[in-house]
Design a protein around this ligand. Structure first.
Ligand code: ADP
Ligand code: MG
Length: 703
């Protein structure tokens, strides 16, 4: 048990909540579930909503949907019995009248509201049948000698996120105490005045005081939306702390060494000349970035961003060839079985003719096979290993991992990225790391979530690609769409029909796809239709995909498993069912399967009406643009960073106070200030990281 007086000497950063009045072991445990352990935590647990009970409103100025305090005289009160027995009290303050309505009330209440009594009420104003009303307002009957202001609060009323056993009132008492302590000793302000003076934002202590107990007249909307200068001061500090964390991780990585990969030898040249195409200028440029990194002896940490179809795989393969040539191993990891398979097919086709063995490692391997592969990898007999997250398993060890390639990084959690980085790491050595993503990462996000990575962009598609024409059609026009599919096939084109369900279950998706296949086969009896879904065995999927590639199939019904990696240039029409349920990035990925050949391609987004505004906006964006960057920016603004990156679960883009999108305009200041702190205020750097990222999350973002 912590001694209260002893604890009271501690700095607020580490003073346990137990030091506060009214907090015992049991309450401390409950508070911990809200992430509140110290006084500092109490102060950073911000209200999410406020009520303004600091001023009186005239009834004549009230508008429905707002909350207000009024002070008025009872004109008449009555218990009426229509559908429900209710107490109705009509008030008037000289500017207008309003009705109070109570469904649960005592006899005492009925007698309180006698004609001529003055009452002060607080509640939400609603539009009633004849006039404005308040349902079950908080109220008190005023003594006849009370002044108008007697019962008003002197700050806005905060509302906190609570949990079982922790009431609003508890948190208000705790913040009262914490704020009182803050009067006597400041919470350490790590942002020197010299840095923040120009921003015009309040200092830390004032900011905290304002957000917890905003003075009368504060802009409630700005407070609720987190746009108040006080919030922005806190968000700024948090964003700086995150950026510093990532910067330090990068410094850590740079303190290690990585194998020096020299750009010499036969293999990359042979691979390049075996390709049926020339690299685009952008591919060459990005490859050069990678080779420069890997030649330096420092571990590479590079993110390659390229729109769907921009040709990231071949760039990764050429980098891999260089590493293999220098005698090190390469791991290539993809987030899904089918994508890993696609890489396996490509890598085998490219490397095996050159005498390089490509190993395959996924969760679905049989035990004996898996053991044999793991052994060969550990002995260094396999130079390239392609697989899924199975590559992370503890028992997978490389003899000499030189390069880890991670495709479609946004689906991997931070911890998985870390695990792979640590895979080949020995003492002061670490493998190079190449992360490829088709999700264009808006600059703002790159600056915060990926501040530890260098970024290269493949900003050019291979020649001959044509933008896909996209239309959105109501599902009631399905018959027209089927007719259109038949006509396209008759012209020699191939078609994807993508079935989607919101259910995450692969079996439900598979079932829906089977139903669709049956129906479509009846409607298009002459055409060759096949099905691919997530519940099929890899061998079966491969057979179907190959048949589609060989043009033995006209129409491929698929679940969203084809989202990534599948490549059939002759397919030039795609139908996506229930398109309104999919996110923009997913639609863009799916649509990227067509438009890969020389024919003009189209995409039909079938939707179920009625559409929500958000869904309509998404479909409109898909019709208007093929530009992955524009789509990603919109996606970010419609959905928020956590979902775009798929990091909601991993906590990567999650902040306590800051919000990407909302606080983007702070980011330039953030990077400037972080740099200056690193140079001139080293002790602040550690303090900020400890405060916002915490000791236990030291590896935060180190990915
Ligand atoms: P993504 O960037 O979406 O992963 P891929 O690497 O799958 O793209 O490449 C898409 C297709 O484009 C593949 O068929 C690939 O062989 C082909 N491709 C890649 N680079 C070029 C190029 N420079 N010229 C023509 N085709 C290319
Ligand atoms: Mg790819």
């Amino acid at each position: 048990m912590v001694n209260r007086t002893e604890a009271a000497d501690e700095p607020l950063e580490s003073m346990p909540v137990l030091a506060l009045k009214g907090v015992g072991e049991a309450m401390a445990e409950k508070l911990a579930t809200l992430g509140i352990r110290t006084l500092q935590d109490v102060l950073f647990h911000l209200p999410f909503r406020y009520q303004d009970r600091t001023r009186l409103s005239k009834i004549g100025t009230l508008t429905p949907g707002t909350e207000a305090v009024i002070n008025a005289e009872v004109m008449i009160s009555d218990v009426v019995i229509r559908q429900r027995r209710s107490l109705m009290v009509r008030l008037n303050d000289g500017t207008g009248a309003i009705m109070l309505r109570f469904f649960h009330f005592s006899q005492k209440q009925v007698s309180q509201f006698e004609r001529g009594a003055r009452v002060q009420c607080f509640g939400e104003v609603r539009r009633g049948p004849g006039m404005l009303e308040m349902v079950h307002p908080e109220y008190r009957v005023l003594r006849s000698d009370a002044t108008d202001e007697s019962a008003l609060d002197n700050t806005l009323t905060p509302f906190y996120h609570v949990t079982e056993g922790v009431q609003q009132a508890t948190l208000r008492k705790l913040t009262d105490q914490a704020l009182a302590l803050l009067e006597r000793r400041d919470l350490r302000d790590y942002l020197p005045l010299a840095l923040t003076a120009d921003t015009g934002l309040p200092d830390l202590t004032s900011a905290l005081r304002i957000v917890h107990r905003p003075p009368p007249g504060s802009d409630v909307n700005a407070l609720i939306e987190g746009l108040h200068p006080a919030h922005r001061r806190l968000a700024l500090e948090e964003l700086i702390a995150h950026r510093l964390g990532l910067r330090l991780l990068r410094v850590d990585a740079q303190a290690k060494q990585a194998p020096i990969i020299r750009p010499a030898g036969q293999l990359p040249g042979s691979l390049r000349s075996s390709l049926p195409f020339r690299l685009t200028y952008a591919q060459d440029r990005v490859l050069l970035d990678i080779l420069n990194d890997m030649g330096s002896g420092e571990p590479m940490l590079r993110l390659v961003q390229g729109d769907v179809g921009s040709g990231k795989t071949v760039v990764a393969a050429l980098a891999a060839a260089q590493v293999v040539e220098c005698g090190h191993q390469v791991a290539m990891m993809a987030p899904t079985e089918i994508l890993a398979e696609q890489h396996m097919i490509n890598f085998s086709a490219w490397f095996e003719p050159l005498g390089i063995d490509v190993a395959w490692l996924t969760g679905k391997l049989r035990a004996a096979q898996r053991r044999a592969t793991i052994e060969a990898v550990a002995m260094g007999q396999k130079q390239i290993v392609v697989g899924t997250h199975a590559l992370f398993q503890k028992d997978v060890e490389f003899l000499d991992l030189g390069l880890a390639i991670i495709d479609e990084q946004h689906r991997f959690g931070v911890h998985q990225r870390m695990a792979l980085r640590n895979k080949g790491a020995r003492e002061d050595m670490q493998p190079h790391q190449l992360i490829m993503t088709a999700t264009p990462i808006p600059r703002t996000l790159a600056m915060t979530a990926y501040a530890d990575l260098e970024v290269s962009v493949i900003d050019e598609l291979p020649p001959g690609r044509k933008p896909v024409t996209t239309v959105a059609l109501d599902n009631v026009r399905r018959a027209d769409v089927v007719e259109r599919v038949g006509a396209a096939i008759d012209e020699g084109r191939q078609v994807y029909w993508v079935c989607t369900l919101i259910e995450e279950s692969e079996s439900l998706q598979a079932e829906a796809a089977e139903d669709t296949q049956e129906t479509l086969q009846q409607l298009l009896p002459r055409h060759r239709i096949a099905l691919v879904h997530g519940r099929m065995k890899p061998r079966e999927k491969e057979t179907v995909m190959n048949a589609f590639k060989e043009r033995q199939i006209d129409l491929l019904i698929a679940t969203t498993v084809i989202e990534v990696g599948v490549d059939v240039p002759n397919a030039s029409l795609m139908i996506i069912e229930n398109a309104e349920r999919l996110g923009l990035s997913q639609l863009h990925q799916l649509r990227g399967r067509v438009g890969r050949g020389s024919a003009q391609s189209s995409c039909v987004l079938l939707y179920q009406s009625p559409l929500s505004n958000n869904a309509r906006e998404r479909l409109d964006i898909m019709r208007e643009t093929n530009d992955g960057f524009v789509i990603a920016e919109k996606d970010l603004s419609l959905r928020g960073a956590g979902e775009v990156l798929g990091t909601r679960q991993t906590g990567l883009a999650e902040f306590r106070i800051a919000q990407l999108g909302r606080d983007d305009d702070l980011l330039d200041d953030v990077s400037l200030m972080a740099d200056r702190l690193l140079v001139s205020y080293a002790e602040s750097v550690q303090g900020l990281i400890r405060r916002w990222i915490g000791e236990e999350k030291k590896d935060y973002g180190g990915v």
